[in-house]
Design a protein around this ligand. Structure first.
Ligand code: ADP
Length: 329
């Protein structure tokens, strides 16, 4: 049977579609009408289906089904299209759809990561417990918007305003490292695809201002872009170990577990411990820095390999081996 690869025109769509084309698939981009020109410009989609707004995504269901399209999820799909719509769509879907339930809630994520035995930042249930620097996060915040730091209950109360649905997390002082993994069902192996660090406004700009002028600025974490990163090679054993443990734990909580691309968002402290503050259970935008390849993926595959292309390779091998069912959730 002849399959197409489809995704929503946003986030990592250029990478996903280019990777699919490189592997010989027909490609479809479902785009908001005002974004479609970008995907036309880059020529990565054989077909563009335009929708007036993301709320209309469900309307393309029949079209995608009739075209035998396999939908590749990414963060924008999850953020802009209702979870229920995604869960109920009849479209072929790459990945374990039910893992979204575990990923979409901070407390459930924590259960998963604790089960995997990872180092996690401490969580403070009540503001009165704050005894160190904390970061206050909101449920469903997009790209870290609105997060703030506080050192005491008093400071917390001053900054929180009327917001209710928040999490108070220990702020781990170290450097952020985002780890890109790919678990291959077909090859039965966890692969390291690369690392990135984020470029966030305005926090990454504040260091450009003299300290005496920084004091009154409100720090925000709005993601704007990403940088590629190579890690000290001696840290790779731990990187693989924690990735393996996340995969194993996911098999208990949500069989058959997580597969395909995922990312652990970590802070590495001076004693070289990885503190995991979040998991993304699908391709992350940080992989876009390796649209050609990351050095790790190049070594592993002996040819340029992006995460988007890796997804297409997995699907191709599944089709060839008549195992497609195992990777569609
Ligand atoms: P989002 O929920 O939008 O993905 P993140 O959880 O990635 O946002 O956090 C936004 C920013 O805050 C990132 O720069 C991240 O490195 C930083 N950050 C998040 N949690 C912690 C933490 N516990 N300790 C230190 N930095 C953190």
């Amino acid at each position: 049977m002849d399959y197409a690869i489809a995704t929503l025109g946003s986030h990592s769509a250029l990478q996903i579609l280019k990777g699919a084309k490189d592997e010989g698939f027909r490609t479809i981009a479902v785009c908001r009408s005002d974004h479609a020109f970008v995907y036309r410009h880059f020529g990565v989609a054989d077909e563009i289906i335009e929708i007036p707004s993301y709320d209309d995504f469900y309307r393309v269901e029949d079209d995608l089904v009739s075209k035998n399209a396999i939908l590749i999820p990414h963060a924008s799909l999850i953020a802009y299209v209702n979870l229920k719509t995604i869960e109920e769509m009849r479209v072929l879907y790459y990945g374990n759809r039910r893992i979204l339930y575990w990923e979409s809630d901070r407390d459930r994520q924590r259960m998963w990561l604790e089960r995997a035995g990872l180092n996690l930042p401490k969580v403070f249930k009540d503001p009165s417990e704050i005894d160190r620097l904390v970061i206050v996060k909101f449920q469903g915040a997009r790209g870290g918007q609105g997060y703030f730091l506080a050192k005491s209950e008093r400071e917390f109360r001053r900054k929180i305003g009327s917001a209710r649905d928040y999490t108070i997390q220990e702020y781990v002082v170290g450097i952020p490292v985002y780890i890109h993994y790919f678990y291959s069902v077909i090859r039965g192996e966890l692969e390291l695809m690369g690392f990135d660090r984020r470029y966030e406004s305005n926090v990454d700009g504040i260091g450009r201002i003299p300290a005496n002028l920084q004091r009154d600025l409100k720090v925000t974490y709005t993601i704007v872009g990403n940088f590629p990163l190579m890690l000290r090679e001696s840290l790779l054993p731990e990187v693989f170990r924690i990735g393996e443990r996340v995969v194993e734990a996911s098999r208990d909580i949500c069989p058959p577990g997580i597969y395909g691309p995922f990312c652990l968002e970590t802070v590495v402290t001076p004693d070289l411990k990885f503190y995991v503050f979040e998991i993304s259970a699908r391709i992350v935008a940080g992989t876009n820095v390796f649209i050609e390849t990351s050095p790790y993926a190049l070594i592993k595959h002996g040819r340029p390999m992006s995460t988007g292309r890796r997804i297409a390779v997995e699907i191709k091998e599944a089709i060839e081996q008549d195992r497609l069912k195992e990777i569609l959730g």
